[in-house]
Ligand binder design. Structure first.
Ligand SMILES: Cc1ncc(COP(=O)(O)O)c(C=O)c1O
Length: 388
């Protein structure tokens, strides 16, 4: 049995899509979303909208993946950092103590879809005219009580492709009408780039579609896509053109030319047919199942011990010693989890934030996504115990 770390794109999902009415779900139902190739470009547009000067500063969380730091660095503003605790919550005292007259924006991340407490931070931002940006990259479909995550701040970004199996897609929600996106042009993603990612996703296979014939067809198609990409890479080397066809949504790259890209038509069509409520229910059920199975395990630490109403979790975090070995050992058996955030952006003063380093080095994520059954989780749990 294979367990993938992300939900799979199947032929059914790809083809049973556009004719359905769009699902009325936040933030898409606000009519205020601006769509991008991925969330990092949505953040870049949010920061552009602020027109920050080099004297102003952004207050960012010390625990971050890298990708969200890059647009802040590129904005040209100074960056200050605040502490995040080992249960993924913001150290509010530390954050508030670091606000200075130059602070123009505060950036908060709702890690893994779990809401940060924003009452005080939001109040102080309003009082002092500081812009609050919510990073909901992990938090599509998550609520804090009745309030959807992303509705409190002046702006919010979402990485839709982390929750729904689409080849690309992120969005920026602007809640404060004082700001607007200045997008001189909107460009459709390169068709070959989209085709390549779709081929890869189909070929990676699915835990829900074990039909061999289909799998072979997807593998052949992906082999062709890879070959074509190699050829195009050669062309790019010779002609030094933009190389749009080589753009790939994952990894840490920030590509200036992609700033103008929209979400692809394939992603939009899949979103129209997506049953968001079912996704959230499955993720919650899988998370609760893992919590039940792992809470008594004294060889690991659980940084999150409950699942509040309204949360749609990205994955189930555990803190393990020798995380990278455990991750690799499971992966070698076809059981993919998350070695959550192994990359350290050079702009962050890591020596001042041992808690962030601790999380970045030790968090292993059990997938809880919508494709996973109790059976597949059971197999992964059994192997995980063996690895400890
Ligand atoms: C917290 C956070 N913010 C933003 C992003 C950027 O998302 P995307 O990969 O869609 O650009 C990521 C991606 O890993 C992330 O983890």
């Amino acid at each position: 049995m294979k367990v993938s770390s992300k939900p799979s794109l199947t032929w059914e999902i790809l083809t049973s899509r556009a004719d359905r009415p769009r699902q009325e779900v936040f933030p898409f139902n606000t009519g205020r979303c601006e769509y991008f190739y991925s969330a990092r470009y949505a953040l870049a547009a949010a920061l552009d909208a602020l027109k920050l000067s080099p004297q102003q500063s952004i207050l960012m969380p010390s625990y971050n993946c890298w990708v969200e730091v890059e647009p802040a660095v590129r904005s040209g503003a100074k960056i200050d950092w605040y502490r995040v605790k080992t249960d993924f919550s913001i150290d509010e005292d530390d954050l508030l103590a670091r606000i200075r007259p130059e602070t123009a924006a505060i950036f908060v991340i709702h890690y893994l879809g779990f809401p940060q407490r924003l009452e005080n931070i939001h109040r102080i931002c309003t009082e002092r005219g500081i812009v609050l940006i919510e990073d909901c990259a992990h938090a599509l479909l998550s609520n804090d009580g009745d309030v959807p995550l992303g509705l409190t701040g002046d702006m919010a970004i979402f990485s839709i492709r982390k929750t729904v199996p689409i080849p690309d897609g992120g969005c920026l929600l602007i809640n404060n009408p004082a700001f607007s996106v200045n997008r001189p042009r909107r460009v459709r993603p390169n068709l070959f780039a989209t085709y390549f990612v779709v081929s890869e996703m189909l070929a990676r296979g699915s835990t829900t579609e074990p039909k061999r014939v289909n799998q072979m067809a997807y593998s052949c198609n992906f082999a062709f896509a890879r070959l074509a990409r190699m050829g195009l890479r050669g062309i790019h080397k010779i002609f030094q053109d933009h190389g749009d066809y080589l753009v790939y949504p994952s990894g840490n790259h920030f590509n200036e030319q992609v700033k103008h890209w929209m979400m692809s038509d394939v992603s939009s069509a899949i979103l129209r047919g997506t049953e968001f409520q079912r996704i959230k229910e499955r993720r919650r059920a899988n998370f609760l199942h893992l919590l039940d199975k792992l809470i008594m395990n004294d060889r690991i630490t659980l940084p999150i011990l409950s699942l509040p109403e309204g949360v749609s979790p990205l994955f189930f975090p555990v803190i393990v010693q020798d995380r990278d070995r455990v991750y690799r050992q499971l992966k070698d058996q076809g059981l993919s989890g998350h070695d959550w955030w192994g990359d350290f952006h050079p702009a962050v003063p890591w020596d001042k934030y041992p808690d962030a380093v601790y999380l970045k080095t030790n968090v292993f994520g059990f997938p809880v996504h919508q494709d996973l059954s109790r059976e597949s989780l059971g197999i992964m749990l059994a192997e995980f115990s063996q690895c400890l």
